[in-house]
Design a protein around this ligand. Structure first.
Ligand code: HEM
Length: 110
């Protein structure tokens, strides 16, 4: 008899409406600490969990936060293909590589 295999995917857990109501809605408040939303342990697992959890988690979050801060404040950016298809293998991969058009903000006149 062939051995049974169990396959688990973080991205499917993250889109489980039992864990995250309206999972595709952009709602950063769902991660607020002390609010109405209490995250169930091991439900948000982008960096894994337990003793082998990603050692670069906090470093990666600071780098991403800094990058997004500059991208949002200094540039205007548009998706080149707004309705680009995303495939899951098992992580989400935009089929065309998610090209964006980045333009500097026009400086405001004092
Ligand atoms: C967005 C960025 C990142 C994501 C999503 C990510 C995600 C992950 C995940 C899912 C694991 C496996 C955890 C587990 O098995 O439970 C892992 C392990 C690991 N990550 Fe990251 N990671 C990121 C950035 C980084 C950075 C910047 C570093 C180093 C500077 C790093 C170093 C490591 C190492 C060394 C492990 C192996 C830990 C071990 O096996 O004990 N990662 N990461």
């Amino acid at each position: 008899m062939a051995p049974k295999q169990l396959y688990w995917s973080a991205s499917f857990t993250h889109r489980d409406a039992n864990l995250f109501p309206e999972p595709t809605k952009f709602d950063p408040s769902r991660f607020d600490e002390g609010g109405d939303h209490t995250l169930i342990p091991f439900s948000y697992v982008s960096f894994g969990g337990g003793p082998r959890m990603c050692i670069g988690k906090e470093f990666a979050k600071i780098i991403i936060l800094t990058f997004l801060h500059h991208l949002v404040n200094r540039f205007r950016w548009d998706l080149v293909i707004p309705d680009e298809k995303v495939e899951y293998d098992p992580t989400p991969i935009p089929v065309k590589g998610l090209p964006v058009r980045v333009l500097p903000h026009i400086p405001s006149v004092p």
